[in-house]
Design a protein around this ligand. Structure first.
Ligand code: B12
Ligand code: SF4
Length: 598
């Protein structure tokens, strides 16, 4: 029960508001706002499902609540599944009033009203006040022509009313404070807004359509964030289109969270090229490691393309911000790219990818252009020869400069990028391959992705060991120059992905027991050979046998890690798994070391 409570005059009309989230982990912010705003005067129940739930189960659940009105929150990821539910619900109860809202149906309203004849109303844009007004009319005199911001049917005609003026955000009750489902949200992603609107106008994005940015009161924001933190929410994602537009507001929130985070992680979408130096140095000095994550849209580094899509972006400044944050080592960065923007062909996208990969973001997400309803790029699609999927997600199938065959190729890059870079299983290996074996990051991921597909590996599952075996197989096929070195780095990466001493390896570990024992003995007796950090651990032979692994590498690992030099003399690698602390590795050249006897 929400803290705003119900008043005596609650309407008899029972409303269920519902949505299909992309995955269980995501929670709908829109439904919580709508409920918070309307529940004082209406009997309104919120039900969340996912796109994977079966229509029969969803419909059974909704019908079981006995609603007169059902409102669906519609997005690109759920619209087609939602249509199936509407059809079922209307067959079960033709009297049911169906209301749609959300970004997917807020544009091309006439198209949706004509395609979905079972739908009674569409709420266009911001929904709180409009839904409240609509429910009032449904439960009273049904003067729908009075409700700004809706589309409805009158006899056989579709009527679209004028839009509703934007709300004062502070008139909306909190979507979280007082709700009784916060326990259930603890392990999900909690979305949070401090503002609505974006001042930029990128033509592929829906947020470009709304003008002006409105803010929630800063003190209210702090109170609500503290409320969520105090209830142990693990991850809060700010859905503000550009969190750092208003510098003072952003700084106040950063500062507040630094002082009050209590272990909660916060993710922000920021525009990197407008980040001011004082904000950067404040974050570098004060943000505790791992508490903030930044998502930065780069989309393309080709200036002409950015110009066409109305995206003002200074890649040099953006790089400066990303590099500064990276150096501070306290904030992970997730950079986004879009393949298929106007006049960006395969070669140009390769450059975009490499420009951005050079910044070594912790995560690089490669998306494909979607022709969202209502966006400028969809309206001007013909100019660039776009073809796209008729139904959501409206992904492009090609344009004048990027045929479908190139899109398919880039998809292979995305696949291995996710598995090998974004999952951070082989950072040292990938780094070596990119800088010393393949022409560029893109070329490595492309060639590997092609090989992956050639072998049909996209159709089968894989455990961690398989990922190493497959990369190694590809590297043999690609005839890389330094295969033994790469194999050594892959062995090191494999050891470092484990929390505890591994029971198996992906390569055949052929050092015999006696030799292993001799090395362990030598290392226990002369630990300083592996450096002072290792010696200070004071490990005896027994502890080493229990918690360490070793391998002989065909090159001097220490020389490589310190100076980037490949010296073709063997070295001993030791990885020690201290309980609760994870792996640490040490190495020493084996030249001149005698381990006979034992
Ligand atoms: C969270 C989010 C996600 C989450 C999903 C969350 C979930 N619940 O499952 C994730 C990360 C998975 C995601 C993915 C994608 N997303 Co997204 N995402 C968002 C984001 C950042 C926040 C949505 C939100 O909560 N907003 C705040 C609420 C309050 O605003 P709202 O949703 O507009 O709701 C208001 C009104 O629309 C209306 N309303 C909404 N529902 C209803 C229902 C009724 C009955 C009524 C009356 C009114 C009403 O009232 C609300 C309050 O005013 C938005 C951008 C943004 N900041 O809004 C993009 C956005 C929704 N995503 C978008 C896109 C394109 C994508 C992707 C396709 C991107 C991609 N990778 O290519 C993917 C698709 C995922 C898939 N599986 O196919 C587009 C939407 C396009 C569309 N037509 O739906 C948006 C708008 C971004 C943009 N600016 O272009 N996304
Ligand atoms: S892409 Fe980002 S900056 Fe551009 S309009 Fe959309 S939200 Fe604003």
């Amino acid at each position: 029960m929400n803290g705003h409570g119900r008043t005596e005059g609650v309407s008899k009309v029972k409303t269920v508001i519902t949505t299909l989230n992309a995955k269980y982990i995501h929670a709908s912010l829109a439904l919580r706002y709508l409920k918070a705003y309307c529940q004082k005067d209406f009997d309104i129940e919120m039900k969340e499902f996912t796109i994977k739930d079966t229509p029969m189960n969803i419909v059974t659940d909704i019908v079981g609540a006995g609603p007169t009105v059902v409102g669906f929150s519609c997005y690109i990821w759920n619209i087609e599944e939602t249509i199936i539910l509407i059809d079922m619900l209307k067959k079960i109860n033709p009297e049911l009033k169906i209301v749609l809202g959300g970004p997917e149906v807020s544009y091309d309203v006439e198209y949706w009203m004509n395609r979905l004849t079972d739908v009674d109303f569409i709420v266009v844009g911001e929904g709180e006040e409009t839904l409240h007004h609509l429910l009032q009319e449904i439960s009273s005199e049904q003067k729908y022509h009075m409700v700004f911001g809706i589309a409805y049917r009158k006899e056989d005609k579709v009527i679209i009313n004028p839009p509703r003026p934007k709300l004062d955000l502070n008139s909306i009750p909190s979507p979280y404070v007082g709700f009784d489902d916060l326990d259930e949200l603890r392990n999900r992603v909690v979305y949070y807004e401090t503002s609505r609107g974006c001042p930029f106008s990128c033509s592929f994005c829906l947020s470009s359509i709304e003008v002006g940015v409105r803010y929630f009161d800063l003190e209210r924001t702090k109170r609500e964030l503290k409320y969520l933190i105090d209830r142990g929410i693990k991850l809060i994602k700010f859905v503000d289109r550009t969190f750092n537009i208003k510098r003072e507001y952003a700084m106040e929130v950063f500062d507040f969270l630094i002082k009050n985070h209590n272990g909660t992680v916060f993710q922000f979408e920021i525009t990197a090229d407008i980040m001011r130096p004082e904000v950067l140095s404040f974050l570098a000095e004060n943000a505790p490691p791992g508490i903030f994550r930044f998502e930065i849209g780069v989309q393309s580094t080709r200036d002409e393309t950015n110009l066409i899509v109305n995206r003002k972006q200074n890649f040099q400044k953006l790089s400066h911000t990303v590099n500064t944050i990276k150096q501070a080592k306290n904030i992970d960065q997730h950079l986004d790219l879009i393949a298929g923007l106007p006049e960006e062909d395969y070669e140009s996208f390769r450059k975009t990818f490499n420009d951005v990969f050079d910044l070594r973001p912790e995560e690089l997400q490669l998306g494909f252009l979607k022709m969202l309803r209502g966006t400028g790029i969809r309206i001007n699609a013909e100019k660039y020869g776009y073809t796209w999927m008729e139904h959501s997600p409206y992904e492009i199938l090609g344009n004048d400069v990027l045929p479908f065959s190139d899109i398919v190729k880039i998809k292979r890059v995305e696949d291995v990028l996710e598995k090998y870079w974004n999952a951070h299983r082989m950072d040292r290996t990938v780094e070596f391959l990119i800088s010393r074996e393949f022409g560029s990051a893109f070329d490595f991921f492309q060639q590997f992705g092609n090989y992956w597909e050639l072998n049909g590996w996209q159709r089968i599952g894989h455990q961690l060991e398989d990922l190493f075996i497959r990369l190694y197989e590809f590297l043999q096929y690609a005839k890389v120059k330094n295969l033994p070195v790469v194999k050594g780095l892959m062995q090191l990466d494999y050891f470092l992905t484990q929390k505890n001493k591994p029971r198996k390896t992906w390569w055949s570990f052929d050092m015999d027991k006696k030799e292993q024992q001799r090395w362990m003995k030598m290392v226990a007796e002369q630990p300083q050979r592996l450096g002072t950090a290792f010696a200070s651990l004071g490990l005896d032979e027994r502890e080493l046998h229990k918690h360490a692994v070793l391998e002989i590498l065909p090159f001097d690992l220490h020389e490589y890690e310190m100076y980037g030099k490949i010296k073709a003399t063997e070295s001993l690698l030791i990885v020690y798994y201290e309980i609760g602390k994870g792996p640490r590795h040490f190495s020493m050249a084996t030249e001149h070391v005698q381990i006979l006897g034992g």
